[in-house]
Design a protein around this ligand. Structure first.
Ligand SMILES: [Zn+2]
Length: 181
């Protein structure tokens, strides 16, 4: 299976995950699943909060659902807690349709992860270009894109009293309107 894993992904953690997944499927079903994937038999693939759903068309069209519970450090679902269901009559835990759908999911997962990384790097270079002459704005942007959201502690008892100086604000708006800005 190792050479086919290379074909699916270069992500080390994902490869390990797939390796463990394939170790639970017999060789014949693994190869037939891979064949289905290569023949683009997986359609209607949808990421769900609980896992994913997909249709896999072999001799007939079958529905595959995956249920994941929790993720590891690499953001991959715990395989021991994962549940795969297929509507086909094959009476095994992982049929060829599940194999094909899981490969599709893995490629999708890998692509999305790469897209996020691309977005992150392009965004930060854009920020550097735009705000190179405005350090305060740059600092704000940094704060806004920080991983951890800023949260007030639950114990906070501060009452925020905010009285906007309405008259002053209105006055300023009038000035701006008059100037025709
Ligand atoms: Zn099946």
């Amino acid at each position: 299976m190792i050479h086919t894993l290379e074909e699916i992904t270069t992500n080390k953690a994902l490869k390990q995950w797939l390796d463990r997944f394939f170790s639970r499927v017999d060789t014949r079903r693994t190869h037939r699943g891979l064949e289905l994937y290569r023949n683009r038999a997986v359609t209607d693939f949808q990421d769900k909060i609980f896992g994913f759903t997909a249709s896999v068309k072999g001799s007939k069209k079958y529905n595959v659902s995956a249920f994941f519970e929790g993720v590891n450090k690499a953001g991959l679902p715990h395989l021991d807690k994962a549940l795969f269901i297929c509507s086909c009559p094959d009476d095994v835990i992982c049929c060829k349709h599940v194999v094909a759908a899981v490969i599709h999911w893995a490629v999708d997962f890998d692509t999305k992860k790469k897209d996020v990384q691309k977005l992150k790097s392009s965004k930060s270079s854009l920020v550097n270009q735009r705000f190179s002459k405005a350090p305060a704005l740059k600092a704000l942007e940094k704060l806004a894109t920080k991983e951890e959201p800023v949260a007030f502690s639950k114990e906070s008892t501060i009452d925020w009293v905010f009285h906007p100086p309405i008259a002053e604000v209105m006055d300023n708006i009038h000035k701006i309107v008059k100037k025709g800005v």
